[in-house]
Design a protein around this ligand. Sequence first.
Ligand code: F6R
Ligand code: ZN
Length: 185
Amino acid sequence: MPTIQLEITSGKLAGEGVITAQKKLSQLENVFQDEATRKSMDQDQLIYEVQAYMPVEEGKEGGLYFGNSTIFPGKVNNEYFMTRGHFHTKLDTAEYYWCIQGKGALILMDEEGKTWLEEMTPGSVHYIPGKIAHRVANTGDEKLVFNACWPSEAGHDYATIEKDGFGARLMEVDGKPQLVQNKKE
Ligand code: F6R
Ligand code: ZN
């Protein structure tokens, strides 16, 4: 018997050792460009939910973790709901994402701040190379669901993104998603 089960159509994980974490709007301070609008919205609104199966100790070399992320549809002003995004702490560690349901974009950034995206649709598989920051935005009207697999030694560096952000943001412009470059200060 396997330890955990993947529900094929929903991408959800179930079984002993699967942990679930939720991110509400209240926990995403300064993530979106329009902080005043974020503050004016329902702070209990669920923006995304992450499940992880981590069969080996965090930081241990050679293991693999398996996850599921669900991003709910919506926007803060004209910026799509999205994950915080991160580099891996052990910078040169890669990851796979693959989309199960919904429509969105994987936003990628190199260490110089160059930012680009890959469209996510059901069945799309995304190889995220080492040294590349990654975040996902939901550009559709339904939830965006994807699974992930990453090395147990990777770790998550959120601080760099908190400080510098990504080089561009995914905004709705004339009814369509568009990557808008941040202005250099
Ligand atoms: C793991 C990974 C995903 C994300 C998840 C939530 O390395 O990339 O499982 O952790 O999609 O996004 P963050 O962690 O950026 O809040
Ligand atoms: Zn990652």
